[in-house]
Design a protein around this ligand. Structure first.
Ligand SMILES: [Zn+2]
Ligand SMILES: [Zn+2]
Length: 149
């Protein structure tokens, strides 16, 4: 009579620990950056820490963080989602030339952006606003200094 074979089942914790580590790595990349990286840029940064991580895992974890309200998506003109771990109200500026996206402190004056009337809104109710200013960043703006030498 032999002793029962030791259970070869993988302990559930190892899978759980790995997915927690991957989620933490994705969140860590976003917290460490003020550049509002795209999903692809987050994937590349996470892969530097966890070389075996898959693109799908990173994208899934981004979606989880957004669903949990720990991270928000900044919608920009080229329609590629950019991710932001900073959750306090703030506006953004995006360069149309190089797609650099930076934070802008929101104005205290509420009339800087006039809220549409109920008629303009077709009866819908406003609960907040998101502003992304578009333009050309300092790096992409041609300067006359270059000519002066
Ligand atoms: Zn630029
Ligand atoms: Zn931001």
């Amino acid at each position: 009579m032999s002793a029962p074979a030791p259970r070869r089942r993988k302990p559930a914790s190892s899978t759980a620990q790995r997915s927690t580590r991957q989620l933490d790595a994705v969140y860590g990349v976003l917290c460490a950056s003020t550049a509002h990286p795209s999903a692809e840029q987050v994937f590349r940064a996470v892969r530097e820490r966890i070389p075996t991580v898959s693109r799908g895992t990173v994208y899934r974890n981004l979606a989880k963080l957004v669903a949990a309200g720990r991270v928000r998506i900044v919608h920009v003109h080229d329609r590629r989602a950019r991710y932001d771990a900073r959750l306090d109200p703030h506006d953004h500026f995006q360069c149309l030339a190089c797609t650099t996206l930076v934070d802008v402190s929101p104005s205290r004056r509420t009339d800087d952006v006039r809220q549409p009337t109920r008629a303009q809104l077709g009866g819908n109710r406003v609960s907040g606003r998101v502003v992304t200013w578009l333009g050309t960043c300092r790096t992409c703006t041609p300067t006359t200094n270059a000519r002066r030498g």
